[in-house]
Ligand binder design. Structure first.
Ligand SMILES: CC(C)(COP(=O)(O)OP(=O)(O)OC[C@H]1O[C@@H](n2cnc3c(N)ncnc32)[C@H](O)[C@@H]1OP(=O)(O)O)[C@@H](O)C(=O)NCCC(=O)NCCS
Length: 287
């Protein structure tokens, strides 16, 4: 059976639907909401093998606008990787990864991905290496809580439009490492962070956070001008909170003494030459 290798086919409705079905089958992820709300990102570039009208193996190369050590650059994230069960171990996924990276050559400064546990041996065979990550955290100083942190609901079109306008004009969260694709952020708004998005109008910012027992996990702060952590904390703190964990580099938050700990479990892999050695991958950079 001849397989047809296709890329940049998002304009072909039938092919795009076949891709969406494939991602639903392989990863249980339904892209319909991201698509119907208008945030589908053309930078998310598919390399797919079609058997007739069906996608049987696919790899996506996501071109990301990044800030690294204060400089604008581009990175590639590999995602949406899979091969239908009966087609596995025939070299198809590796072929697509090679094609994708060949296409992206000269368009970026580094390649990264987050691997599912069972795919680790596959990525190692494809030449990816694990990269050490860490997490920044602090003990919460005593502060008086303030009102003014308003939950937003991405199912409400007004809230969604407000979130997108913040996303489009955001300043990088960190000068060390930030990802700037607004449409990728909107994916997290609609899927992973749906119930964790708040606006603090006094500070003109959005904050994505979640309380896990006595720990505040902050995933992102979206604003034209980054507030300091000292300004932010009163709006989100509760008496029982003890620690804060940040899922991005905190260099712009003005925190004087931050602690770090190794972060395991993300299965983050990079290709040789990745421009950072011990990064915190911003949570909302994951595709
Ligand atoms: C991981 C996956 C994409 C591999 O697809 P594939 O088309 O079978 O991969 P390939 O045939 O191109 O494999 C390339 C190499 O990796 C090896 N490999 C593939 N899967 C492997 C596995 N599970 N364990 C060990 N080695 C593996 C192959 O043997 C081959 O090595 P070789 O060149 O020495 O023969 C596929 O198993 C899959 O879809 N898994 C479920 C979804 C998933 O985990 N996706 C990744 C999410 S991050």
């Amino acid at each position: 059976m001849d397989l047809d290798l296709r890329t940049q086919y998002w304009d072909d409705r039938e092919a795009r639907n076949a891709f969406k079905k494939f991602i639903l089958d392989i990863h249980g992820l339904d892209f319909s909401v991201w698509e119907s709300q208008g945030f589908w990102d053309d930078r998310y570039t598919p390399f797919s093998l079609f058997n007739g009208s069906e996608v049987i193996s696919s790899v996506c190369v996501y071109l990301l606008d990044a800030i690294i050590q204060g400089e604008s650059t581009r990175l590639v994230q590999i995602s949406g990787v899979g091969t239908h069960e009966k087609w596995r171990r025939k070299g198809l996924s590796r072929q697509l990864t090679d094609e994708g990276l060949k296409w992206a050559h000269n368009k970026h400064e580094g390649v990264f991905l987050f691997a599912d546990d069972e795919a680790i041996p596959y990525y190692q065979k494809c030449g990816f290496k694990p990269i050490e990550e860490y997490l920044e955290h602090i003990k919460i100083p005593s502060v008086l809580a303030k009102p003014g942190c308003i939950p937003l609901d991405p199912d409400n079109q007004e809230d969604l439009a407000l979130i997108y306008s913040y996303a489009q004009s955001r300043t990088p969260i960190s000068n060390i490492f930030s990802i700037m694709n607004a449409k990728l952020l909107m994916f997290h708004v609609l899927y992973t962070m749906k119930n964790n998005i708040y606006e603090i109008p006094d500070l003109n910012c959005l904050i994505f956070y979640k309380r896990d027992n006595n720990c505040l996990n902050i995933f992102d702060i979206v604003s034209e001008r980054m507030p300091s952590f000292e300004q932010l904390l009163p709006y989100i703190v509760r008496d029982t909170d003890q620690t804060v964990e940040f899922h991005f580099h905190t260099d712009k938050l003005g925190i004087e003494q931050i602690e770090t700990k190794a972060l395991a479990g993300n299965n983050t892999f990079v290709k040789m030459g990745f421009p950072l050695t011990r990064p915190v991958f911003p949570y909302t950079s994951r595709a």
